[in-house]
Design a protein around this ligand. Structure first.
Ligand code: CUV
Ligand code: SF4
Length: 629
């Protein structure tokens, strides 16, 4: 067992943020098992698996290849290491693309139901964006009701999942030079489901054995996510709930309240969480909370659904993926409401040590030991109210002796949608381009992705962001990376003091932070759109721009298509955690080198965030030189 100084040390080893450290300490004292304990129990992890040389695709396996070039060198079917490694990568990447895209589909379905008057609680909020996107789809808008337009748009988008027309409309947003590269290499995405299903076909035993062919399809599948499923998720969410605008709010576990009913909204899709935001406005529920002895209801977000709520409604964000168990360990959470993705199946066990109720809501994601309250568009608001009632009912069960709410929340500024960034610049990207040409901003890097228990929580994100802004590189962020930097105080205009003098001057002039929170993981599509607009303004490809991407602490399969559509769109991307491809030199060389000849970008792996900043800066300088600036 740990002594108290050991506990402190252990907590400091696990997380960067002091509020997280405090609750890690409490969790250890309370004897709660978290991802960190389970990660330790898994050590040493299987080397074959880590290298990607194990294949379990068919019943003749599992097969594994000797990573040192000895025997066995082939699976029972004869697949070699390149086939196995690339096929495993395509498999994982497709899972990630499916997760984003299926989330996108649900938003479109609710848009359709809303247009048809069949949903409860939803309305079309951003009519201007609706019309703009509808026009891209060739849908007439003049003199039509927003419902009629939305119906046509939703049907048009739903059709793209299966691909009737053979291309994805939103991929047309890419600059011509980028699209020409996709055409040349045959990786233009044809349909969202189509690429994922084809990927599943190709990984079947005895289909695609050519690692180059497999990796090209991986790029096409990733593009179908970034410029398809994810972009649809972003744009339809904006249409339904409003396009985010800059606002301020709060971050970290200190956003939990000592005297209000705490409800943590965890997961990904804003469809559920936005209804809960509406539900807590109900005067009856507010009264009910007071009757139960609370001062009110306190909603906080977690992970990407938290990012969605923060961006649009200014709901405080309690933390990122490794905070889900910690939030419960504060002893102050009445209910954790989840939909899907990144929800640890351990959550009900953690909750069982306190009074917390875990509510699952999606038919696709049931977790034993939770309360299931099915969520559907037709009854969304009523279900949301029921969920809040359940949380209120649970308030009297809070055991004050076991509650600890740490520190103070950190102020954050969020809500930087592509539209708002452009607006802040005066309507076009010309001022940004001028600043880049003048060297006031050396380049732009997107830091994205999750936490991983192998890395001190948030250390990779925060260290890399600080290093980059110091070098006058503007940082844009999504996902858990953005939450990490929020906790660290980097999402504030004052954080420009940490930036190089040139970037600092730009930030001060515009009153913006040096690290811009652009949303959830599907909102990486906002970064693509921004890059595309800048490239179009210059008449170049995205690959020509001084941009970079990084996923310092990624774990999720979803990070694979994100990284890959960045690279396939022309953005050099550094990963802090090695993907499971090191068993194949050929696969590694193609992704780290060979792609440069195709998209003028590639992957790199660098666990040290300072060195990762060096790599990104070098690449930005290379692209600047090629542009003659
Ligand atoms: Ni979708 S995918 S852990 S919440 S960023 Fe956070 Fe973001 Fe990764 Fe999940
Ligand atoms: Fe083994 Fe080939 Fe089957 Fe994979 S597909 S498990 S390598 S026999």
């Amino acid at each position: 067992m740990f002594s108290s100084s050991d506990i402190k040390q252990e907590a400091e080893k696990r997380a960067l943020d002091t509020t997280d450290q405090e609750i890690i300490g409490k969790a250890i004292e309370d004897g709660i098992e978290t991802a960190w304990e389970r990660f330790a129990l898994q050590q040493p992890q299987c080397g074959f698996g880590q290298l990607g040389v194990c294949c379990n695709n068919c019943a003749m396996g599992p097969c594994r290849i000797d990573p040192y070039g000895g025997k066995p060198s082939h699976g029972v079917c004869g697949a070699n290491v390149d086939t196995i490694v690339s096929r495993n990568l395509l498999d994982d990447l497709s899972v990630g693309a499916a997760a984003h895209s299926d989330h996108g589909r649900e938003v479109v379905e609710v848009l359709l139901e809303t247009a048809e008057g069949k949903s409860e609680g939803y309305r079309i909020c951003d009519e201007e964006k609706l019309k703009r996107v509808a026009e891209e789809y060739g849908i007439g808008t003049a003199g039509r009701s927003k419902e009629d337009i939305a119906k046509d748009l939703a049907l048009g988008m739903l059709a793209e999942f299966g691909s009737v027309k053979g291309f994805i409309q939103m991929a047309e947003r890419a600059p011509d030079k980028t699209k020409a590269i996709w055409t040349e290499f045959g990786i233009t995405p044809r349909g969202i489901d189509r690429e994922i299903v084809e990927a599943m076909h190709r990984v079947h035993m005895g289909v695609d054995a050519d690692f180059i062919n497999i990796l090209l399809h991986a790029m096409r599948t990733a593009l179908a996510d970034g410029w398809g499923g994810s972009m649809i998720a972003t744009d339809c969410s904006d249409i339904l709930f409003g396009t985010p605008k800059p606002l301020t709010s709060w971050a970290n576990l200190g956003t939990l309240s000592t005297d209000k009913v705490n409800v943590v909204l965890h997961g990904h899709n804003p469809l559920l969480s936005e209804m809960i935001v509406q539900a807590v406005e109900d005067p009856e529920l507010k009264k009910y909370a007071i009757e139960k002895g609370a001062k009110g209801i306190n909603l906080v977000g977690m992970c990407c659904t938290g990012n969605e709520l923060l961006m649009r409604s200014g709901i405080p964000i309690a933390g990122n993926v490794l905070d889900q168990e910690l939030a419960i360990a504060t002893g102050a959470v009445e209910a954790m409401v989840v939909d899907y993705q990144c929800i640890f199946p351990s959550i009900p066990a953690t909750a069982g040590c306190y009074h917390t109720k875990v509510v699952t809501t999606s038919r696709k994601a049931k977790i034993p030991g939770t309360q299931y309250m099915e969520f559907s568009a037709e009854t969304a608001l009523s279900t949301a109210k029921e969920i809040i009632r359940l949380a209120i009912d649970n308030y009297p069960n809070r055991n004050l002796d076991r509650v600890r709410i740490p520190g103070k929340p950190m102020k954050v500024m969020a809500g930087f949608s592509e539209e708002e960034i452009r607006k802040a610049l005066g309507g076009t990207y010309k001022p940004l381009i001028d600043a880049i040409v003048a060297g006031q901003i050396k380049g732009v890097v997107g830091i994205v992705g999750c936490n991983h228990p192998r890395i001190k929580q948030d250390y990779g994100h925060v260290t890399l962001a600080k290093e980059l802004i110091k070098r006058n590189i503007l940082v844009v962020e999504t996902g858990c990376a953005a939450i990490a930097c929020g906790k660290a105080g980097l999402l504030l205009p004052e954080a420009a003091d940490n930036a190089g003098s040139r970037l600092k001057a730009v930030c001060n002039l515009l009153g913006i932070p040096p690290v811009l929170h652009m949303g959830s993981c599907v909102d990486n599509s906002r970064i693509l759109v921004m890059a595309s607009m800048v490239a179009k303004e210059l008449g170049v490809s995205i690959g020509d721009l001084p941009l970079g991407g990084a996923a310092p602490e990624w774990y999720s399969q979803k990070a694979l298509p994100i990284g890959t559509y960045f690279v396939a769109s022309g953005v050099y991307t550094v990963l802090g955690i090695p993907p499971k491809i090191f068993g194949s030199k050929n696969v590694l060389n193609l992704l780290a080198e060979g792609l440069k000849g195709i998209t003028n970008s590639a992957f790199a792996v660098e666990p040290d965030p300072v060195k990762a900043a060096d790599l990104l800066e070098e690449e930005i300088n290379r692209k600047r030189a090629a542009l003659g600036i």
